[in-house]
Design a protein around this ligand. Structure first.
Ligand code: NAP
Length: 340
């Protein structure tokens, strides 16, 4: 198979790229080349996908078995991809998000037929609009769409609810014994999936004869409380988590007052009430039916050790952001004041 990834060197797509190469796929990346990730065997086309004219020239001579856009966020991105790839690919994958599923949730078991609605998070509403555009293009123009919805998936990111993802701030905080914020009482249920596990499910969909027009989520079956997630992270960091439990509504209300960082404003409402503070159980029957070899095998307690080893292997990755610390300290101070 000849496959194109738009992106391909990210937190999820790097693991998928490595497995695709291992499976003998002739893999191309289209990215700007700003991330220095070496994946042996990948052929890279340098370009910025937002510059349609430039990339259409570079892509013109190619036909694909599958195109995967890892970085589509708005319906206009899907419309552009339709112009670029209609009649040029046998499959087109849109990477959506499991945060599209119904909030507030009416039933905790999430299947692919759970309704799509998220009044809290504009990111999720945009992903829903992209899915609708994909479905329309499939119905009206036979655009060979497949929708994949990752939930919180990690490899080179630290999967917490509040603190950081691409940097080392939360771990540094833990190591210094500073309090970390856990939403609610920390017993809501959540699933985090290692990108290597996600890759096993995802690569099984590439070239699959029966998946056009379908949507899939791909997650681990390991169900943890948020307290357990933070404990496992602290354990991997060789320390203990000094958790301060704060009601989700309080965090969202205080975060709304903060306008000097992207985590402020409405972000926490989307990130928590629209996603991570909601107890859900992903039913992975569908992906296992279409890709019988898929089984997630990396428990979070193991996977997070690998992630921290990756961060610690290069000091330039161990970035601590003073403004992320300030954000957490501001919310904790407001909560302690309110308690008094
Ligand atoms: N991680 C999660 O928990 C999670 C959960 C739900 C959904 N998702 C979805 O998963 C996707 C992210 O996948 P990922 O983690 O593999 O990606 P990522 O970490 O966001 O990586 C971005 C990739 O895209 C390339 N890129 C960025 N801007 C570009 C541009 N303008 N033109 C061309 N290439 C560009 C980057 O390389 P260069 O910088 O070198 O160009 C890199 O290869 C998103 O759609 C997100 O919504 C993720």
């Amino acid at each position: 198979m000849k496959v194109l990834f738009i992106g391909g060197t990210g937190n999820i797509s790097t693991a998928v790229s490595r497995l695709a190469i291992e499976k003998g796929i002739d893999l191309y990346h289209l990215n700007r080349g700003t991330r220095k990730v070496e994946i042996k065997g990948v052929k890279t086309i340098h370009g910025d996908i937002s510059n349609e004219q430039e990339v259409s020239g570079a892509l013109e001579k190619h036909q694909w078995d599958a195109v995967v856009n890892w970085i589509a966020f708005k319906p206009a991105d899907i419309e552009r991809d339709f112009r670029l790839f209609h009649k040029k690919t046998k499959q087109y994958f849109f990477i959506s998000s499991a945060s599209v599923y119904q909030k507030p949730v009416f039933h905790p078991v999430i299947t692919e037929s759970t309704p799509l609605k998220n009044p809290y998070w504009d990111y999720s509403r945009d992903k829903i609009a992209c899915e609708e555009k994909c479905n329309q293009l499939y119905r009206e123009h036979d655009f060979p769409v497949v929708i994949v919805r990752p939930s919180l998936t990690y490899d080179t990111e630290i999967p917490v609810a509040i603190g950081s993802w691409n940097d080392y701030t939360i771990v540094d905080r833990m190591k210094k014994g500073k309090p970390i914020i856990v939403h609610g009482d920390g017993t809501s249920l959540w699933t985090v999936t290692h990108s290597d596990d996600f890759a096993k499910g995802f690569t099984g969909l590439l070239g699959h004869q029966q998946v056009i027009g379908h949507a899939f989520h791909i997650t681990s079956d390991e169900l943890l409380t948020w307290n357990q997630i933070y404990e496992a992270l602290a354990n991997a960091a060789g320390t203990e988590a000094n958790m301060i439990h704060i009601p989700t509504d309080f965090i969202c209300k205080e975060a709304k007052k903060i306008d000097w960082i992207w985590m402020g404003g409405n972000f926490m409402e989307g990130n928590l009430k629209g996603d991570k503070a909601v107890s859900v159980i992903f039913d992975n029957t569908k992906i296992k039916t279409f890709v019988p070899e898929f089984k997630a095998t990396i428990p979070f307690s193991e996977g997070i050790k690998r992630t921290l080893q990756w961060f610690e292997a290069d000091k330039s990755r161990m970035v601590v952001h003073a403004d992320y610390n300030r954000f957490m300290d501001t919310i904790i101070a407001a909560y302690e004041k309110a308690l008094k």
